[in-house]
Write a protein that binds this ligand. Structure first.
Ligand code: HEM
Length: 439
């Protein structure tokens, strides 16, 4: 069985799998697959890891999107969905682009030696905070963004193995939840005090959550809303920031692609004008292809965890007993799937290489939607994937139009899992204004 088929089957097989965070000490006593060799590694293997999911569950807290199950989960997803519908995201593109423009400008003004990872996080945090959550501007001053980023960094440390890390992460969680509650609870209470028919249409995710009811028709408990907001803020900025970091790192080493991206944007501006809109993003297939290819080659969510609820045959002679944990290796699946082989305009394609042209070729072999899983699949598929795509394409369009950057240590290694796989130096860059073809 191909990796993609196995992974997709498990992700979509709700009747036999459940999110690993649901149970207690999952995986204990579980059968372990023999360690796969480099060449024979199966993209589906049994996990000996038990602490990581436990820490994730504790750090997110009960009642978040990721830690809600069954009917309650479906209901919550329905509440969130309108904010991420393609039309809503398309309408938000100019706003997203204006926020990103301000950040790119500040990167240029920062001069030599900017921390690229931190800069990308501040930008994507600003977007999700403002565009999705609708938090007040007092949250998005540079000082407030830095404070909240610091708290999220401390919270993220809780994902590393060990009780000390978890305790520090949980302490940061308390502060984040308190801050979110202080910023949002008056608005939620005021909205809930109005008869439902008199409420203005929801203008933010917090409005949607204020209006929402759970699977039994009861309004969501007020103390649950900050937990849901924390989940969205985390999932909505960390992943996009990491992908943007990788994109900047990749493209700094590919002047050929940068030149093509700049030419593409020059044509887009000539046809659509200077504003970055959904139409201008749609007119830039190379930028979209670079984003997809970055997500494929370095998926920032590299593995997903599922627990078998019933005995599960996953193919390749591997079966999983009820209660065992399955690790789905998205990275390996996407890097090796034979459907990525084939021809693009430049010649044969190596599945593991960064080759955006595989998305542009007219050859049916080169365009393979099938094996593309950076956002997962099934009932738990990323709720914000439409926003992430638009945000990353907008960032790339703006960078190609206005900036040139140099990575100080292009060979800096990536941190090893379970730490996020980011350059260990934080991607030190110098960003300069790029004046366009006329200069
Ligand atoms: C490059 C950016 C992103 C990547 C690669 C990514 C990836 C993923 C993946 C793989 C999952 C599935 C987890 C699982 O099956 O266990 C997921 C879930 C989720 N994502 Fe994203 N994501 C990104 C951006 C976003 C954004 C922008 C938001 C919201 C603003 C978001 C919100 C969520 C939420 C709430 C879930 C949990 C869904 C559920 O459990 O039903 N993500 N994401």
């Amino acid at each position: 069985m191909r990796g993609y088929d196995a992974v997709k089957r498990v992700l979509n097989g709700e009747h036999v799998t459940a999110e690993v965070r649901e149970g207690g000490e999952e995986g204990e006593g579980g059968r372990r697959a023999p360690p796969p060799s480099h060449h024979q590694r199966s993209s589906l293997s049994l996990s000996p890891q038990v602490e990581w999911p436990y820490a994730i569950r504790e750090l997110l807290g009960p009642g978040s999107v990721s830690t809600t199950y069954h009917a309650d989960h479906r209901k919550l997803r329905q509440t969130l969905a309108p904010a991420f519908a393609p039309r809503a995201v398309a309408a938000a593109v100019p706003h997203i682009a204006s926020l990103l423009t301000g950040h790119i400008q500040s990167w240029i003004e920062a001069g030599p030696g900017l921390g690229g990872v931190a800069a990308a996080k501040a930008a994507t945090f600003h977007v999700v905070l403002t565009v999705v959550m609708g938090f007040p501007p007092s949250w998005t001053t540079p000082a407030a963004l830095a404070d909240m980023s610091g708290l999220f960094e401390a919270w993220l440390q809780g994902f590393l193995p060990g009780r000390k890390h978890l305790a520090a992460g949980l302490a940061a969680r308390k502060k984040i939840v308190a801050a979110i509650d202080a910023a949002t609870s008056p608005g939620v209470a005021a909205r809930r005090a109005m008869p439902a028919d008199d409420r203005p249409p929801p203008a933010s995710m917090m409005d949607r959550l204020a209006d929402a009811v759970d699977a039994d028709g009861v309004p969501l408990a007020a103390d649950r809303l900050p937990t849901i907001a924390l989940n969205l803020l985390f999932a909505g900025h960390e992943t996009s920031a990491q992908t943007l970091t990788h994109l900047m790192r990749t493209l700094a080493a590919r002047p050929d692609l940068m030149e093509r991206l700049r030419r593409e944007q020059a044509a887009v501006v000539a046809e659509h004008g200077p504003e970055v809109t959904a139409s201008s993003l749609a007119a830039a297939p190379l930028a979209a292809a670079c984003v997809r290819e970055q997500l494929r080659t370095v998926p920032v969510v590299a593995q997903l965890f599922r627990k078998a609820l019933a005995p599960l045959d996953v193919g390749n002679g591997v079966s999983v007993a009820a209660g065992e944990v399955v690790v789905l290796d998205l990275e390996h699946t996407m890097a090796t799937d034979a459907r990525w082989e084939g021809e693009a305009a430049g010649g044969p394609l190596d599945p593991a290489s960064f080759a955006p042209d595989r998305w542009l070729s007219n050859s049916p072999d080169a365009k393979k939607e099938g094996a593309f899983l950076p956002f997962g699949s099934g009932a738990r598929m990323c709720v914000g994937w439409t926003l992430a795509n638009a945000e990353l394409q907008a960032a790339l369009a703006l960078l190609a139009r206005t900036a040139a950057w140099r990575v100080h240590a292009p060979g800096a290694p990536l941190a090893r899992p379970p730490a996020p796989r980011l350059p260990v130096d934080g991607l030190v860059v110098t960003v300069e204004r790029w004046g366009g073809w006329e200069e």
